[in-house]
Design a protein around this ligand. Structure first.
Ligand code: BEZ
Length: 212
């Protein structure tokens, strides 16, 4: 097990899931992916999280992002729990949940933090780009459910900034002004950003979101 850092290739694995065996890289195909772990089946916060992800599937799909969950519980447990998620969260779980009983994937992705819990995975999130590189990692404790609107927001930023020479400022949301990358000279701006720009300081230059 080694620490996974931004820019690393996402380690490949095969694993059993509620939608059959997954070879992670094949499953990702040419698109983006999110791999996220939850501590345990039949727990309240995880139930709300997986229900929320099911409801957001179309939003992830619009961004060409597939989603796969993981816990160290087994397939029978996952399948029984999915019925509860569907019933209580008023949705249909429409993405695979990996049954990582031997903790192979959890260890590969450093999802068990022994000082938090010696056996269960924490709430890890890995966003993987269409080049199979890790673009974002976030780790939440078991007691805090994730904000999936924030994940959509970050994916919007990741995809925008991989296509254009911009960065996104604090609390940026889709549709708002972006920061022009410091590597771009003032002379290059008119060609790269025909919608215009505003110089607040020589190092802080804004432009309307370029892909709208
Ligand atoms: C939960 O998902 O509710 C949960 C799981 C493990 C520890 C605490 C809460």
């Amino acid at each position: 097990m080694s620490k996974i850092r931004l820019g690393d290739e996402a380690p490949n694995f095969t694993a059993v899931s509620t939608e059959g065996e997954i070879n992670f890289h094949d499953w990702l195909g040419d698109g983006w992916g999110i791999l996220f772990s939850h501590p345990a089946d039949y727990t309240p916060v995880c139930t709300t999280e997986l229900g929320t992800v099911a409801k957001y599937k179309a939003e992830f799909g619009k961004r060409n992002v597939k989603v796969v969950a993981l816990s160290v519980d087994g397939l029978t447990s996952h399948k029984g729990w999915i019925k509860d998620i569907n019933e209580t969260q008023n949705t249909i779980v429409n993405f695979p949940i990996i049954a990582d009983e031997d903790r192979k994937v959890a260890q590969l992705y450093d999802m068990i933090h022994p000082n938090a819990d010696s056996k269960l995975t924490v709430r890890s999130v890995f966003v993987i780009g269409d080049d199979k590189k890790v673009k974002l990692t976030i780790t939440y404790p078991a007691s805090t459910g994730r904000n999936f609107d924030e994940l959509l927001r970050v994916i919007d930023s990741l995809q925008l900034t991989s296509d254009y020479k911009v960065a996104t400022p604090a609390n940026w949301k889709h549709g708002e002004d972006c920061v022009i990358s410091p590597s771009i000279s003032n002379e290059q701006i008119p060609e790269l950003f025909p919608k215009g720009s505003k110089e607040i300081k020589p190092y802080l230059r804004l432009t309307p979101q370029p892909n709208l």
